[in-house]
Design a protein around this ligand. Structure first.
Ligand SMILES: [Zn+2]
Length: 284
């Protein structure tokens, strides 16, 4: 009997809360901060939804969120979900400017998660969904097992690399694979651009999609994976302050039921999916 799942679904939640609006996405005003506050309401609802469905989730929690909402952060752990690193104040690694500063932020986030919830995350998700030239090395230096910030594949995890060379005069040169699993993400499977309405400085991100549209996309991504990428991993990314609205939570419930209705589908934490990828493979 082959116990390899046909498909793995990793429901992931970036519990940015207020840190999103203070940490550069802002501006931090009473209005935007209140949107961050709603992330706490959304997280409580998600914990109920996941418990009812009996499925695990992975919550990427900035240190600032853990310190602002220690009880909810501990409730995530107590419910058996995974916690991943997501910066301290939702920093863009590229904006930190130096390896030293990036290391400080990494350590501050680790310290906050340890003090608040007693956890040492094995996974990291860049708050910007982009990495600096130092990020992968720093993650290796601090014992991380996986990253979930890049988009080099859709449903197939792969090894991260260091030492890529970008030369405008010739082909791109790929660096060496390293012992860190990438669990890729995508904007298509991110609730934020679909749903979040943001207006600032004259620019408007309209968002506010009907769930039916997103549900169609998230079903079809899964359908393709299920048919064409056996053993693939689906990694939808949600934000409690976005998915936590009632009509979107109902969509999430329907999607969980839809995925579950297929034979050989496993719901897993991202840490478990990364270890499954490692299983039977030689580390680079
Ligand atoms: Zn985030």
């Amino acid at each position: 009997m082959d116990d390899q799942p046909r498909a793995t679904v990793c429901l992931s939640f970036d519990f940015d809360a207020i840190s999103l609006w203070v940490g550069g996405f802002g501006p931090p005003t009473p209005g935007t901060i209140s949107r961050g506050e709603f992330g706490a309401v959304g997280t409580r609802r998600l914990l109920t939804l996941l418990e009812r469905a009996g499925v695990p989730g992975t919550f990427f929690v900035p240190g600032h969120t853990a310190e602002t909402y220690p009880e909810i952060t501990r409730a995530i752990v107590a419910a058996g979900h995974e916690i991943g690193h997501h910066g301290y104040l939702h920093e863009d690694p590229l904006g930190l400017g130096s390896r030293e500063r990036e290391r400080e932020v990494l350590l501050r986030g680790l310290d906050a998660l340890d003090r608040v919830a007693g956890v040492r995350p094995v996974g990291y998700r860049s708050p910007a969904w982009d990495n600096s030239p130092h990020t992968i090395e720093l993650l290796l230096e601090h014992g991380f097992r996986y990253d979930s910030s890049l988009m080099g594949d859709d449903f197939t995890p792969y090894w991260c690399r260091i030492g890529d060379v970008l030369d405008a005069d010739g082909p791109y040169r790929f660096g060496a694979a390293v012992d860190l699993v990438e669990l890729p993400v995508s904007w298509e499977l991110d609730d934020f651009p679909h749903f979040a309405y943001v207006s600032r400085g004259g620019a408007v991100r309209p968002g506010l999609s009907a769930p039916s549209k997103v549900e169609e996309i998230w079903r079809a991504e899964f359908d393709f994976l299920y048919r064409e990428v056996p053993g693939g991993v689906l990694t939808p990314t949600m934000h409690p302050q976005v998915i936590g609205r009632g009509h979107r939570l109902l969509m999430l419930e329907r999607l969980i039921a839809y995925y579950r209705g297929h034979d050989g589908v496993r719901f897993a934490t991202m840490g478990a999916a990364a270890e499954a990828f490692r299983h039977g493979r030689a580390s680079p």
